[in-house]
Design a protein around this ligand. Structure first.
Ligand SMILES: Nc1nc2c(ncn2[C@@H]2O[C@H](COP(=O)(O)OP(=O)(O)OP(=O)(O)O)[C@@H](O)[C@H]2O)c(=O)[nH]1
Ligand SMILES: [Mg+2]
Length: 202
């Protein structure tokens, strides 16, 4: 009886927990974004951009948003570090892919790294939120332009959204996160990951 009531209580009142993997090539602005997320969604003030250094290990950020607990994993995007990304695929509910929309010279690199991510079996069905970052820079490409440039077949097949943001001033971030939480709450992948956890706990 107790376990039944506890189960019901948990179902009604505990917040869903989601793991979001922040990926993108080096200097896209992933860590700056993570720190901005902490500022926007918690009482904790994230690090200012001038205190952020290139990521070699893993940065973790926990926030609560839209009645959910979100755990962000921010990995390094330098070429030699991208092989580490796939170690986190299996447990990720979704991917937040960051592109520097103000640096055309690196669009090709950003696109091919994203293609590799999308092709990966272990991320099947994961919602993909793409942030066209650095919209505060005057000649940054818009979300529409980035979307057209990426022109990914896999993106149409997968739950995805491209959103223009600035990790510096916060523009567009909340719109994107709102979409992502909604997408994770309803995705088949979330259900699949939940079943897997339940099977281990039992
Ligand atoms: N103008 C502008 N610059 C940004 C923005 N976001 C990040 N930057 C700058 O871009 C540079 C790289 O930012 P990081 O957050 O370290 O990039 P990263 O993607 O984490 O890079 P790695 O850790 O090497 O993979 C820094 O100089 C940031 O201040 C933005 O929205 N606007
Ligand atoms: Mg970083």
């Amino acid at each position: 009886m107790f376990s039944l009531l506890y189960g019901l209580w948990k179902y009604l009142f505990s917040k869903a927990e989601f793991h979001v993997l922040i990926l993108g090539i080096d200097k896209a602005g992933k860590t700056t974004l993570l720190e901005k997320l902490k500022t926007l969604y918690s009482d904790f003030e994230g690090l200012p951009p001038d205190r952020i250094v290139p990521t070699v290990g893993l940065n973790i950020g926990r926030i609560e948003a839209y009645k959910s607990k979100l755990i962000f994993w921010d990995l390094g995007g330098q070429l030699g570090l991208r092989t580490i990304w796939e170690k986190y695929f299996e447990e990720a509910h979704a991917v937040l892919y960051v592109i520097d929309a103000a640096n055309q010279a690196r669009f090709e690199d950003a696109k091919s790294a994203l293609e590799k991510v999308l092709r990966h079996e272990e991320l099947k069905g994961a919602p993909i939120l793409i942030f066209a970052n650095k919209q505060d820079v005057e000649d940054a490409s818009s979300a529409e332009e980035i979307s057209r440039y990426l022109d990914l077949k896999e993106l149409n097949e997968q739950l995805s959204m491209v959103q223009g943001v600035s990790a510096h001033d916060g523009t567009g971030i909340k719109e994107g996160i709102m979409w992502l939480v909604d997408a994770m709450k309803t995705s088949k992948r979330t259900e699949l990951l939940r079943q897997r956890v339940d099977a281990v706990v039992r």
